[in-house]
Design a protein around this ligand. Structure first.
Ligand SMILES: Nc1ncnc2c1ncn2[C@@H]1O[C@H](COP(=O)(O)OP(=O)(O)OP(=O)(O)O)[C@@H](O)[C@H]1O
Ligand SMILES: [Mg+2]
Length: 301
């Protein structure tokens, strides 16, 4: 991300990572569509920042590097310890607003990454043969990972029963807070059709500190309540599935990082991959313990 000040104003320029295949028509279309939908949400009153369109395009490729240019938004992202319930409830309200808009423009059935048990075992074995530092831990937890993944697979068809076009990644890093304490939604790269219960459940967990040791079940509960009070419904059958969807994401992330750790020559990248895999496995363990309580809490709503 670059900040560029000009005599006409300030801009945030996003330089895309070199791993993104800019020759792929599908990827370019995805970026164009994400920014178009962000723009359309802004027109519907959502505080969304979308990239500036120039010569009919949002994504500009210059010397094989992709750039998106946004108007600079004055605001700052909250650090973990700065999140208050007030912030979290504003996010819940915002998600209800996004879902209530019922935005059109994405017709395709959402893509879901599915791995076979064999595929997962193969990836873990690959980590073993590459002598990755996390390989032993993964091997020891292989049955646990496969059994959690089975529960995720059972959740997938349920989550596809009901979908809505939405932001898709409203964690703390993708929300700027302005001077008056109002949220501004950035980074619409993950915009897609999603199960609404999945989005509110997962985002509420994230704003409740799910990734930290002290998750606040109070914030989680109150976010769900705010969502309901904003005119939305929570599909109780989808709550359990929504929670297991986190397992699907964790396994995707573990497999991606195994590949990275085995193919990268850069030590820093390997170290990050190791950290990410440790964190993902820990989250899966924490989820296993938390899911029954979280389902119970959500049912009381
Ligand atoms: N329009 C904007 N105005 C001001 N700051 C911005 C703007 N867009 C992004 N930023 C800043 O840049 C950071 C990263 O932006 P963004 O979330 O769009 O990129 P990203 O691809 O997710 O990058 P990262 O993976 O580093 O989070 C944001 O957390 C925010 O601090
Ligand atoms: Mg981001």
């Amino acid at each position: 991300m670059w900040r560029v000040n000009t005599d006409k104003g300030s801009y945030a320029i996003k330089q895309l990572a070199p791993v993104i295949d800019l020759k792929s028509e599908r990827i370019i279309t995805k970026y164009e569509l994400s920014e178009t939908i962000a723009y359309r949400f802004a027109q519907q009153g959502i505080p969304a920042v979308s990239a500036i369109k120039k010569s009919g395009k949002h994504l500009h490729i210059i010397e094989n590097t992709g750039y998106l240019v946004y108007p600079w938004a004055e605001g700052y992202t909250l650090a973990r310890n700065e999140i208050s319930e007030t912030h979290a409830l504003k996010i819940a309200e915002m998600i209800a607003k996004l879902h209530n808009i019922n935005m059109s423009g994405l017709s395709e059935v959402p893509h879901v990454d599915i791995h076979s048990n064999d595929g997962i075992v193969e990836a873990i074995d690959r980590a073993v043969s590459c002598k990755c530092p996390f390989a032993k831990m993964l091997k020891e937890n292989q049955s646990f990972i496969l059994s959690m993944y089975d529960s995720y697979l059972a959740a997938v068809p349920l989550l596809l029963e009901d979908t809505v076009v939405t932001h898709g990644d409203l964690d703390q890093l993708n929300v700027l807070w302005d001077k008056s304490g109002q949220p501004i939604l950035i980074d619409w790269e993950s915009v897609r059709k999603l199960n609404p219960t999945r989005e509110i459940v997962r985002t509420s967990l994230s704003w409740s500190g799910m990734d930290t040791k002290d998750v606040s079940l109070q914030i989680y509960t109150h976010m769900l309540r705010t969502y309901l009070e904003s005119g939305r419904m929570l599909n109780i059958n989808h709550v359990d599935a929504a929670l297991y969807s986190l397992v699907g994401s964790a396994v995707n992330w573990i497999l991606y990082n195994i590949k990275l750790a085995c193919t990268s020559d850069i030590q820093g990248e390997k170290d990050t991959a190791t950290e990410e895999i440790n964190t993902s496995l820990m989250s899966m363990k924490r989820l296993e313990v938390l899911i029954p309580d979280l389902v119970k809490i959500s049912m009381q709503k």
